[in-house]
Design a protein around this ligand. Sequence first.
Ligand code: AMP
Length: 187
Amino acid sequence: MNLVLFGPPAAGKGTQAKRLVEERGMIQLSTGDMLRAARASGTELGKRVAGVMDRGELVTDEIVIALIEEQLPRTEAAGGAIFDGFPRTLAQAEALDILLQGRGSKVDKVIRLKVDDAALVKRIEGRFAAEGRPDDNPESFKVRLSAYNSQTAPLLPYYAGQGKLTEVDGMVSIEAVAAAIDKALGA
Ligand code: AMP
């Protein structure tokens, strides 16, 4: 099964993806994690995306689509992927559909974690203080939220139109969100 975990930055996608990996053995594909790894190992790609990421803007579709394409073969052996932070634009969503189709597969479900902006800002203040991620600073976070609202949220009708979208309240405890996701997945 291929699952897209959808939601604004700091909605809890990464936390829930990691739990699903532990419990179900699926593979988490986080383009944010892949890009941070590229930066940490000092690759050309890492250097190219550093400024864009730190400002909170989106990197190009071409870059993230290539990262995902590279990883798809290994997700099949594991029984599916959890897409976390991808797709973030309509072009990415369409590319993902085509890539999966070419491999005889598809996006099976999209789970949207709904969290209001005020709660996100509060969460991110805590994460910035604890982890110091450069793009969690208040300026960059504002840009990330606005990128979500203008470029990513328009994917909701795309997936709703395909009958794949389930909405989950992301304002409750991690355990309660987990239970709602399990219910949506039919487990
Ligand atoms: P994340 O950890 O998912 O919040 O991603 C951190 C940053 O990486 C984002 O603010 C973007 O700069 C970049 N990024 C991650 N995933 C994507 C994507 N699917 N499309 C464009 N940029 C992305």
